[in-house]
Design a protein around this ligand. Structure first.
Ligand code: LLP
Length: 408
């Protein structure tokens, strides 16, 4: 963000009070309750335009809907011209609801059901990214002429967490390179093979794995009749903690993209959305045990699972700072009955009291979409902010359903 210009984009602290999208966080907590997800639509617009302007030779941007499938978010991206990468019938329907044009939608996934393939074919999306021979057989038999792209597994290790490395040979995704041409020859009379797709994983810092994968799939691209695109997937790094040189990444990758015989599709998720969201939570209790000071908050791992699942550290800050209080070290934990229900093992914050508000930052990606009802807890509401205004876009769930209490 340009520090010289006073902007209401994203997170800002004004006289000790954290603002998001120009709205004081305490006002959001008072209005909608906690825990609460908030997304800044103006930030998404700003980030999208800045990010896309760096990439040469783009056919379209297929925003990866699994990152954040909120309708207001999708509509914002649709208005900017984004397409969508979907992996389920639900995501496809949600993308269409947001008015993302079908001819900018790609559908990947190792286990698409016949119903999902029927819907994708009937909707005439840009391409179904096939990942196994059974899908090709089904589409050839039931939907001849469908546009398909082949998802290849280029067997490249992207040096990221094992859990999110999808383009290495031992993962379940896509076809090994040597199976592509035999399948193409077998089905080319029945289906339209329009391009190739790979997705290497997530949180990839370095351009090298992309370059290696492109080099490996290039001969296959040359072997197809009239290919229309190469889809290089998502996985673009996002700086949760360490700084990262995004400009160098794109300077390294761009000449290779520009030199391809076809335009590229990119499937960003986290890089566009992570910083567009916050999770607001309230301190319920504070207690000390064996030298550890616990702040027990009303959000749990069911609301935001990334720290528990990937040990990913997200910054946590106070919504209101007095400026003169003591700084103490806290373990920030949720109320769920699991040891891993911990947002931070040790974070330095001003002295906390029950009722204080904390904000978990960079939770716009893989936040709400991975929330669950574990411990029969309702998923939080989703609110959008934009240049000083806020509105509820998805209410808090009611779980368990409110009804007559069974007294036996
Ligand atoms: N395209 C495909 C086919 C994908 O499977 C994914 C993410 C993306 C694009 C977007 O990747 P991104 O640009 O966001 O890295 N739940 C994990 C991340 C799993 C990513 C799965 N695939 C997390 O919270 O880190």
């Amino acid at each position: 963000m340009d520090g010289s210009v006073k902007t209401s984009l994203g997170v800002q602290r004004i006289e000790g009070v954290l603002h998001f999208g120009g709205v004081p966080v305490p006002e959001l907590a008072e209005t909608y309750g906690t825990p609460l997800y908030v997304y800044d639509l103006a930030w998404i617009r700003h980030r999208y335009q800045h990010w896309v302007s760096r990439i040469p030779n783009v056919k379209f941007v297929a925003y990866s809907v699994k990152t954040n499938a909120n309708l207001a978010v999708l509509k914002t991206l649709a208005s900017l011209g984004a397409g969508a990468d979907v992996v389920s019938q639900g995501e496809l329907r949600q993308a269409l609801r947001a008015k993302i044009p079908p001819d900018k939608i790609v559908f990947a996934g190792v286990g698409k059901t016949p119903e999902e393939l029927d819907l994708a074919a009937a909707t005439r999306i840009f391409a179904i990214h096939v990942e196994n021979p059974g899908e090709l057989e089904y589409l050839a038999a039931h939907h001849p002429g469908t546009r398909v792209g082949i998802r290849v597994n280029p067997d490249v290790f992207p040096h990221t967490l094992q859990e999110i490395a999808t383009g290495s040979g031992s993962s379940k995704f896509g076809f090994p390179l040597d199976q592509v041409l035999p399948l193409y020859r077998r089905f080319r009379e029945k289906l339209r093979f329009v391009g190739l797709h790979f997705h290497l994983g997530s949180q990839i810092r370095d351009a090298a794995p992309y370059l290696e994968a492109i080099e490996k799939v290039r001969p296959l691209l040359d072997a197809l009749d009239h290919p229309e695109y190469l889809d290089i997937g998502g996985g673009f790094f996002l700086d949760y903690q360490q700084s990262w040189d995004e400009a160098t990444f794109w300077e390294t990758l761009s000449p290779v993209l520009a030199d391809l015989p076809v335009p590229v599709i990119v499937e960003p998720g986290r890089t566009l959305l992570a910083q567009a969201g916050i999770l607001v939570t309230r301190v319920l209790y504070v207690k000390e045990m064996k030298g550890i000071r616990y702040a027990i908050v009303d959000a749990g791992m069911n609301d935001f699972v990334r720290p528990a699942l990937y040990k990913q550290i997200h910054r946590i800050v106070c919504a209101e700072e007095a400026g003169n209080s003591q700084i103490l070290e806290y373990a920030v934990v949720g109320p769920i009955c699991e040891n891993t229900d911990m947002f931070a093992r040790s974070v330095r914050l001003e002295r906390l009291e029950p009722g204080d508000l904390l904000v978990i930052l960079d939770t716009g990606a893989y936040g709400y979409v991975m929330a669950s009802n574990y411990n029969l807890r309702p998923r939080p509401p989703e609110v959008v902010v934009e240049e000083g205004h806020h509105r509820l876009v998805h209410p808090r769930e009611q779980v368990p359903p409110i009804g007559p209490v069974e007294t036996g």
